[in-house]
Write a protein that binds this ligand. Sequence first.
Ligand SMILES: CC(C)(COP(=O)(O)OP(=O)(O)OC[C@H]1O[C@@H](n2cnc3c(N)ncnc32)[C@H](O)[C@@H]1OP(=O)(O)O)[C@@H](O)C(=O)NCCC(=O)NCCS
Length: 147
Amino acid sequence: MSSESSAEADTRFLHGQLPTDKELVLKVIPMPRDCNPSGDIFGGWVMAQVDMAGAVVPARYVGGRMATVAVNQFIFKQPVRVGDILSFFASVTRIGTTSITVQVEVFAESFRAQGRYFKVTEASLTYVALDEAGKPRPLERPPGAGK
Ligand SMILES: CC(C)(COP(=O)(O)OP(=O)(O)OC[C@H]1O[C@@H](n2cnc3c(N)ncnc32)[C@H](O)[C@@H]1OP(=O)(O)O)[C@@H](O)C(=O)NCCC(=O)NCCS
């Protein structure tokens, strides 16, 4: 787990607010195996978690096979450290004919002083519903999702 000192905790976790208009879709704690040579968490690991988290809401609309077609934007705002509790929030920003685009925001929470957060990453990803041949197919609508 992290060797984060309380002094570091004071500067890293500054009164961050969690979003209230997005859904919590994933929580995970990075481990030492997820680090880059500098000792921070490897960006590719964060991207993989964001891809998984972003797929949760689209899966309700797709109801079957789907694929990530685009990472429209990906911003690493702050480094992630071993032992941070990461919370992934998602919201739908566009529903197309065969695709759905999601905004994902990732917040780090102090492991030792829980309830203090800051945003580390934000991203926009697009997922496409696929048929058995791997071709785009029209989205299904979950109950209550509107048109
Ligand atoms: C996903 C795939 C089937 C789409 O094929 P395609 O011929 O580009 O399909 P289309 O041009 O008809 O586009 C399908 C949808 O994707 C959207 N799309 C395609 N390229 C896009 C891009 N660069 N950015 C955002 N959306 C895109 C289109 O707007 C369309 O959405 P809509 O129907 O809601 O308007 C194909 O690109 C593919 O198989 N890619 C590999 C997927 C993959 O391996 N992902 C990683 C592992 S999950």
